[in-house]
Design a protein around this ligand. Structure first.
Ligand SMILES: [Zn+2]
Length: 536
């Protein structure tokens, strides 16, 4: 029995571990690498067709995003996860496939004339559908037999709807070892979801370390009070509150807060203010939340449900599915809340709302999540006086606010607390899913504070589980320093071009019925623009 670490080793994204036991190959998570990428990952040492099972801790793309790729390459096994994760994967993997297809289409249109070889999308909607067809959901806290000699159990981790830690019991030649994968550890006192559930025993623990060297602060923030202040002050000025938010998870938390604000009439001057969700994925995700209430909601949210109240619904909630509906939002003059994706303002409909509100001194842009370096969101938080959107320079007159303390991840103390929950000390802890030096520091902290041997492998690192021997610490192969940041930047800029092209198409459709003369003029302008760039 052997455990290898493939992805999210000394890195934050691309979680993927391989357990070889009882003549089976079992993957725990199979995520996409996103954002800054420091090290080369080793290939999974078996082919996709030789993998028997994939166990998913949760639906975030950095844990599940490469599953359709494995399907494309011949994976035919079962994908075991919780019911809510299976539901979220159904919408998120389809969305991820759309993005891959869209990018390939764009590249190929451009490359056709130069005779460039056809660019194949990483995977297609058909591959995502294959993956969705292989999902085999199970309940929390149910011990299930995966195959001869291997049993598994999923426990609530309170990080995202359906998120879980996974306990795995492996028995080979009368020796049983138990491995626990934390997945992403949830933060305490967050809305809707329960606190992370402790696990009693393990021989080996594989733990994430995103906040392995930081805390979220001592005091529990008063989210509803702070959010009320931001909304009220903006409405009194006559402006809108624009919230860039991740579609799955954070958007639903915001709805939960707003429902409470409305129910308690905390903004008596504007009791009927309207709230728009402008993101098709967010709307689908909200439906998934409503479907999985019983298995996933915490006590406070359940209390509402028992009283017949849907904690994510309130009077004045409006959704925009089509782009026309999205545009109409800006014609409505009344002060309102607009929640839209992407969370870091790099793509998606949020950019339209920023364009319409950033220049207005009466509006507020309210950030509710982490903003990575280099993103429009980060620039705004750092006080940029002007940002570029759709090629236009937009002056920032709006108030920029952040709802502090809100995070789906446990901080350093939360991670240590969860580890202290084991009644007997595990033989070894493996630290993954953290920034380069953070993984090392957190491993050191575990040894110092709770006296358990810990190490942070590089990709390819592996352990013999029967004898508790580290067979390899993995290989530290840095990505080519010059190539990587440039490529990351190029891809970000490219996404903006794609968004602009989508907008152009929307404008075209809106102009149906214009006079023939104007349409001909518009057509010529588009051809001129296309000819200018289609020049290879
Ligand atoms: Zn996650």
């Amino acid at each position: 029995m052997k455990l290898s670490f493939i992805g999210a080793a000394h890195e934050v994204t691309g979680s993927c571990h391989l357990l070889e036991a009882c003549n089976k190959n079992i993957l725990i998570d199979c995520g996409m690498e996103q954002g800054p990428d420091l090290y080369e990952n080793q290939e999974i040492p078996v082919t996709a067709g030789e993998i028997d099972f994939i166990l998913l801790t949760h639906a975030h793309i950095d844990h599940s995003g490469r599953v359709p790729l494995l399907c494309k390459h011949g994976f035919k096994g079962g994908i075991v996860t919780t019911f809510a994760t299976a539901d979220l994967c159904s919408i998120m993997l389809r969305d991820s496939a759309h993005i891959q297809e869209f990018e390939a289409e764009w590249r190929n249109r451009k490359g056709k004339r130069s005779g460039a070889p056809l660019y194949e999308p990483l995977y297609t909607t058909a591959d995502a559908e294959t993956a969705i067809g292989l999902l085999a959901p199970c309940d929390y806290n149910q011990k299930i037999t995966l195959c001869d000699g291997v049993e598994v159990r999923f426990n609530d981790m309170g990080h995202l709807l359906g998120s879980a830690s996974i306990e795995i019991w492996v028995t080979e030649n009368d020796i049983t070892k138990k491995i626990v994968f934390s997945g992403d550890v949830g933060n305490i006192n967050q809305p809707i979801l329960r606190n992370p559930q402790k696990v009693q025993s393990a021989d080996y623990v594989v733990i994430e370390s995103t906040y392995g060297d930081r805390t979220h602060g001592e005091e529990r923030p008063d989210y509803v009070g702070e959010f009320t202040r931001i909304l009220r002050e903006t409405f009194l000025r006559g402006g809108n509150v624009v919230i860039p938010s991740f579609a799955v998870g954070r958007t639903q938390e915001m709805l939960y807060f707003i429902r409470e604000i409305k129910e308690k009439n905390l903004i008596p001057e504007f009791p009927n203010f309207e709230v728009y969700i402008d993101s098709p994925l967010a709307i689908e995700a909200t439906t998934v939340f409503n479907k999985n209430v019983k298995s996933c909601f915490d006590e406070a949210a359940m209390k509402l449900v028992e009283q017949g109240i849907n904690p994510l619904v309130f009077p004045g909630l409006k959704v925009a599915v089509t782009s026309d509906e999205s545009k109409l939002i800006n014609f409505d003059e009344k002060p309102k809340v607009i929640i839209s994706a992407s969370g870091m303002c790099e793509a998606g409909r949020i950019r339209h709302h920023l364009k319409h509100n950033l220049w207005r001194a009466d509006s507020t842009i309210c950030f509710v999540g982490y903003q990575a370096v280099g993103t429009v969101g980060r620039k705004l938080i750092e006080g940029a006086e002007c940002v570029k959107l759709f090629g236009e320079n937009i002056t920032v007159n709006a108030k920029i606010e952040s709802l502090k303390g809100i995070s789906g991840h446990a901080d350093m103390n939360g991670l240590l607390d969860w580890l202290k929950g084991f009644e007997e000390k595990p033989s070894r802890v493996v630290v993954v899913h953290g920034e380069d030096t953070v993984t090392e520091r957190f491993a050191w902290l575990i040894e110092e504070k709770i006296d358990i041997p810990a190490f942070a492998p590089f990709s390819g690192g592996c352990i013999d589980l029967a004898t508790n021997t580290v067979l390899s610490e993995g290989v530290r192969i840095p990505k080519k320093a010059i190539e990587k940041p440039a490529r990351a930047r190029a891809s970000m800029v490219f996404q903006r071009v794609v968004a602009a092209a989508k907008r152009l198409m929307e404008v075209v459709l809106k102009n149906e019925g214009l006079s023939n003369k104007d349409l001909a003029k518009f057509e010529t302008q588009i051809h001129n623009l296309a000819d200018k760039w289609d020049r290879e």
